[in-house]
Design a protein around this ligand. Structure first.
Ligand code: AMP
Length: 421
């Protein structure tokens, strides 16, 4: 019988999703552990929210006019007739969880991190998937621009640990509810005059949300956007001071940055600071991470008036350029000869595993040569030899594959040797 290795089309992985196979998973784990380690040094704690939420949460949080809500959400109706959505981003879930559990009343600092899949019905291409993964951090209750700088500095520290180089940090202020309406009006007027030069999508944005025109990738729209007035000329005194302090703190941390007045980012909720880290190693999808301040979201959700700031980093994009060398695995392959040795070997494997040694055990009877061939294929570090003689003596052979060196000893002695190495 021949087996066709290609699954039927309807059984293949869905377009825009990817399997992470064991050979790649090691790097994912390395990234996750470096992110955890870094964030916890700054006092962040993990907050895990569900994968799906009420659709209204994202409509309200992410924003009705955002691309995510208008075009990209994975929304479905459950058996109870309720509209649910697979999270396209994490911030609204964290804000909901804080309000629901009154985390603002807890003594801990309100600094949270999370890593996991997000879902957007986007056009799949290199660096853009429908199920992708983000590392997300959020801080609440700190108005001072020093925390904005600290968040950017923490992102920079993590990227360095991951061996990501040739990055550029872009920063901007998008103002607040006091000053942005006047800017929106100025943009609407400017876009109105150039409407015929814009793509149909931006013609619509010119009326609904002119700030979004800056996000359009079409060259013609970008050329029009370059002629638009700049937000810096419209910032109120408070936003101006906040931005100046952010830049001063970034200087203090020696973070190099470029002020990019057209960086508005794709989400509606940002106030004051927005930032992005881009890499020249990536192609068209060059943003590694992006974030900003969202001082009104908690209040808008009916919660306490607590400001927030955070960022989300795309794990696929970072991993595509990270220089990670996961620690090499060390394992012990069990080579037993015959039925009784197998029973003794299984007990030994249990002993070594209980004591933290990775043991590779297979249940196919083999001769010694075949065992060594298999251990080689599995890239085992050592082979434990259990034959009749060894069982009688209670002393077993331990061979180091790389050097061919062999020692003999009782299991406790061998464990001491394995631990040492
Ligand atoms: P955003 O939540 O849109 O601000 O995105 C934050 C980061 O997530 C981006 O800088 C990317 O690194 C990553 N990202 C966003 N959308 C996708 C996607 N569809 N596929 C892969 N990575 C993504």
């Amino acid at each position: 019988m021949t087996v066709d290795a290609t699954p039927k089309k309807e059984l293949a992985a869905i377009k825009g999703t990817k399997d992470i196979l064991p050979s790649e998973a090691e790097k994912w784990r390395e990234l996750e552990s470096l992110a955890r380690e870094t964030f916890e040094l700054y006092g962040y704690r993990e907050l895990r929210a569900p994968l799906f939420e009420a659709t209204e949460l994202f409509e309200k949080g992410t924003g009705q006019a955002s691309d995510i809500v208008t075009k990209e959400m994975y929304t479905f109706t459950d058996k109870g007739g309720r509209s649910l959505t697979l999270r396209p981003e994490y911030t609204p879930s964290v804000v909901r969880a804080i309000i629901e559990h009154r985390l603002d009343l807890q003594p801990e600092p309100m600094r949270y991190y999370f890593m996991g899949p997000m879902f957007r019905y986007d056009k799949p291409q290199k660096g853009r998937y429908r199920q992708f993964h983000q590392v997300d951090i959020e801080v609440f209750g700190e108005k001072d621009a020093a925390v904005d700088a600290e968040v950017i500095e923490m992102a920079d520290a993590l990227l360095r640990k991951l061996g990501v180089t040739r990055t550029e940090t872009l920063v901007n202020s998008v103002g607040c509810r006091a000053c942005r309406p006047a800017y929106g009006q100025a943009l609407r007027e400017a876009a109105g005059k150039r409407k015929s030069d814009l793509c149909p999508d931006c013609q619509r944005k010119a009326e609904t949300n002119p700030l979004r025109i800056f996000d359009c990738k079409m060259e013609a729209c970008q050329a029009v956007a370059r002629s638009f007035p700049l937000i810096q000329d419209f910032l109120c005194e408070e936003c101006r001071r906040h931005f100046a302090k952010l830049l001063a703190c970034l200087d203090l941390y020696k973070i190099s940055y470029r002020v990019e007045p057209r960086l508005v980012r794709g989400l509606d909720y940002y106030t004051k600071t927005t930032f992005e880290v881009v890499s020249s190693h990536l192609g068209a999808q060059n943003a590694l991470l992006g974030g900003g301040r969202y001082d009104d979201m908690m209040k808008d959700f009916g919660g306490p008036d607590i400001c927030g700031i955070g960022f989300a980093m795309g794990m696929e994009r970072v991993l595509s350029i990270a220089e990670l060398t996961p620690p090499k695995r060390k394992s012990l392959y069990l080579a037993y000869l015959g039925g009784e040795a197998r029973t003794a070997g299984l007990e030994l494997a249990r002993y070594f595993r209980t004591n933290g040694v990775e043991c590779l055990v297979e249940f196919k009877d083999r001769g010694m040569k075949a065992h060594f061939g298999r251990a080689n294929k599995l890239q085992a570090t050592w082979v434990l030899i259990v034959g009749e003689d060894e069982m009688k003596k209670g002393r077993f052979g331990l061979k180091e594959m790389a050097t061919g060196r062999q020692v003999e000893g009782a299991r406790e002695e061998l464990l001491a040797i394995l631990r040492e190495r």
